[in-house]
Design a protein around this ligand. Structure first.
Ligand SMILES: [Fe+2]
Length: 194
């Protein structure tokens, strides 16, 4: 008898296992990241997302339940690579002034991976008529997107603070700390050439 042809259902299950593995790894990585972060704001962001990620694992448990399959992860080499990158970056930059920037950069790479996976899974769940699963996956997708945006805001506010300290004319500065030149440039609505 010929091997059974694989379907979108099979693909959905395999991808679910992949993200289950990735999410469990993320919980561990976020704990390390929170410990390594220098600024309180970043520490808090990582800690909060670690808690969220535990909830995300539980949502995945529910999706496995909907499928009637045991919740099981499958080694995801993409996330292993991203985690290895974080370890390397921490080794190289962990004690430098760029430590938080390095952490944000690697954490955002993980977020983007998760956003891709959850977006795809949500689409497939809808296609397969599993609307409850799609809703669960979308809740997590929105959390991942919010986390990504929060990390961008933290990175930008750090960049603005540094620009203020260095007093560079070209840099954008937060209100009240900028030079007269940059303020007038802003109020004129013009953008300084890079
Ligand atoms: Fe996640």
């Amino acid at each position: 008898m010929a091997a059974k042809e694989k379907t979108l259902n099979d693909l959905f299950l395999e991808t679910l296992k992949d993200v289950y593995y990735a999410e469990k790894q993320a919980v561990r990585q976020l704990q390390k990241a929170a410990k390594a972060a220098k600024s309180d704001e970043l520490k808090q962001a990582f800690t909060q997302h670690r808690e969220e990620s535990q909830g995300q694992v539980e949502r995945l448990d529910q999706v496995f339940e909907i499928l009637g399959k045991p919740a099981r992860g499958k080694t995801c080499e993409a996330i292993q690579g991203l985690n290895a990158e974080m370890a390397e970056v921490l080794e190289d930059f962990g004690d430098s002034p760029a430590a938080d920037a390095a952490l944000i950069g690697t954490a955002q790479a993980v977020e983007h991976y998760e956003i891709a996976r959850y977006g795809t899974l949500k689409t497939w769940a809808n296609q397969l008529g599993m609307t409850d699963a799609a809703t669960l996956l979308d809740e997590t997708l929105q959390e991942e997107k919010r986390t990504d945006e929060l990390l961008t805001r933290i990175a930008e506010s750090a960049a603005n603070r540094e620009a203020g300290e260095d007093d560079e004319d070209e840099a954008e500065k937060p209100a009240g700390r900028g030079s007269a030149a940059s303020r007038s440039a802003k109020s004129g609505g013009r953008r300084e050439p890079a």
